[in-house]
Design a protein around this ligand. Structure first.
Ligand SMILES: Nc1ncnc2c1ncn2[C@@H]1O[C@H](COP(=O)(O)OP(=O)(O)OP(=O)(O)O)[C@@H](O)[C@H]1O
Length: 320
């Protein structure tokens, strides 16, 4: 385990279940001390990828390394460096949260009881109730505590906020950021764009077992466009509008022009003011639309991805 090693590196990582290809040629690198979000529709391969990283599945092809160690060959060592929250965490129904966590802590070692108590308190989790009597969200909190409690260098979290109410989701995001600030690496899967957008440094987007895109959140944000409606007094200067840098998808409805605009609105307004501009309305299309673009495109071949909703086409070298 060298200091230069990425926290996660997969090369050509594939997993088949019979004829069903759950994950196809995933090349993914996650830098230490970062939060990487896995997004993608149902059946995209997120859980499969996380289980491969956790050493719970053997790859059908390709390699998977955690901190430079091959997960298949050094499974026990790798698992000792991972805090894992499965997507279907249940715990043991007849045990209290406290007893369950103690059992897991005894198996793992290196668990700080004070930290367990702090986590439970911050998540408002009653550790003295039997897990089987807890609501789904409260049971999920037990799973979160067991994943976080030994401050593992790598946290693999499969849909960690499912069942949590909004206040708890916020507290959970704080825990994530604190973990990263301590130098831990986090990989989390989610359907909830907003939770990923708030905390992730990078986002990997999967669909149908393939990596469609891997980008930094900063890059995704910079590509967000807005929709602008421009209304005119007697004619729409369509040709002039089209020439403004950053303008795309012009459509004209009566005396109103609608465009998608990347970048500031000033230049567009300056260009059309002399043409009798009477009204302007802008709408953030926002990150949600950017991601929905990935979800709804018909193509699955990353190399032929249509106009990426975030601007430049993805770099094929980074795609699986
Ligand atoms: N044990 C299994 N046996 C057969 N097929 C499987 C198995 N596990 C996963 N698959 C298939 O692999 C594909 C990817 O599933 P996976 O659970 O990894 O997706 P996901 O992105 O986590 O989905 P979701 O968002 O619905 O949880 C799906 O087509 C699924 O049916």
């Amino acid at each position: 385990m060298g200091t230069e090693d990425p926290a996660v590196r997969t090369r050509g990582l594939s997993k088949r279940f019979g004829k069903n290809v759950a994950l196809s040629r995933l090349d993914l690198t996650v830098a230490p001390g970062t939060i990487c979000g896995f997004l993608g529709p149902n059946g995209a391969g997120k859980t499969t990828a996380i289980k491969l990283l956790a050493g719970l599945y053997r790859p059908s092809a390709g390699t998977v390394e955690v901190f430079g160690r091959d997960v298949t060959r050094a499974r026990d060592t790798v698992q000792a460096s991972i805090g894992y929250l499965p997507g279907d965490f249940t715990g043991y129904a007849d045990q209290t949260g406290r007893r369950f966590l103690r059992l897991v802590a005894d198996l793992r070692g290196g668990v700080d009881e004070t930290f367990v108590a702090e986590l439970a308190q911050r998540l408002e989790l009653d550790l003295d109730r039997r897990i089987g009597t807890l609501s789904r969200g409260n049971r999920q909190k037990v799973g979160i505590v067991q994943a976080f409690m030994n401050r593992a260098p790598l946290l693999l979290l499969d849909e960690p906020t499912s069942g949590l109410d909004p206040l708890m989701q916020r507290e959970f995001r704080r825990l994530l950021v604190e973990a990263r600030d301590r130098g831990q690496t986090v990989l989390l899967s989610s359907h909830v764009l907003s939770e990923v957008a708030e905390v992730a440094d990078d986002v990997a987007i999967l669909r149908e077992g393939r990596l469609l895109d891997l980008r930094s959140m900063a890059e995704l944000r910079s590509g967000v466009t807005r929709r602008v409606d421009l209304s005119f007094g007697d004619h729409v200067p369509a040709a002039r509008i089209r020439q403004v840098p950053g303008v795309r998808n012009l459509s004209v409805h009566g005396l109103t022009a609608q465009v998608d605009l990347a970048g500031p609105v000033g230049e567009l307004l300056g260009a059309v003011l002399p043409d009798g501009l009477v009204d302007v309305r802008t709408h953030e299309t926002g990150l949600a639309d950017v991601f929905l673009g990935y979800y709804t495109k018909e193509r699955t071949d990353a190399h032929d991805l249509p106009q990426s909703p975030v601007g430049p086409a993805p770099d094929p070298a980074r795609l699986g």
